[in-house]
Write a protein that binds this ligand. Sequence first.
Ligand code: ZN
Length: 231
Amino acid sequence: MSSEMSAGLKLLHDLLLKLAEAEGAMAEGPRLIGVAERQVALGEQQIEAQKQTIKDVRKAADDFNLKLKTKEGEILKLQGQLNTATSNKEYDIIKGQIETGKRDKGDIEEQGLMGLEAVDQAQKKLKELEAELQKRKQQVQTAKANFDAEKPKLEGNITSLQTQIAECEKVIPASEQATWKRLRAAHGSAALSPLDDDFCAACSNRVNTQDQVRIRTGNLVLCRGCGRILY
Ligand SMILES: [Zn+2]
């Protein structure tokens, strides 16, 4: 037969478990908001980095454009020198230099086009990141709105459980209240454990006959294995 004390402790344990669950639900909202806010911060960092990338690739494209102008100037100059060549040998050398210059110009043009393509790609990526950031900001708003809607109910639930627990704690004798307060502060709902046949349900330690008798006769008994209050 379970004592009045054991029945009271069981109720107390149930209430503490419910309180732990309610407090967990209360912590979940801010946790989700925090996760969403970190995603926004990350998105903002990615956008800053992408803007720098755009600057870099645009600078590279501009450099190729400048190189191209320089190369074109060189070729024009060489073409001018062709007319003033004083020997066939000199003429052939300049002609060779012009050919090389034109090949170089082709290479630069190709690199320049690739550079412009890179600018386009980088700008496209920036647009995607900006759209993604808007989505993430929306997720923060949704998480906050959800939590605001849930909060009063959760708070009411927690307050109600705390009131019931305070009432229920009276089952513990005044002489043991200090022990109880210490255990509850340290372990919360894990401060209590039911007997499962002859064993502590929490740690599976066998509870000796003497302790079992003491539990049944309404004493506050701590498990010798884990220190929880047994009921
Ligand atoms: Zn135990």
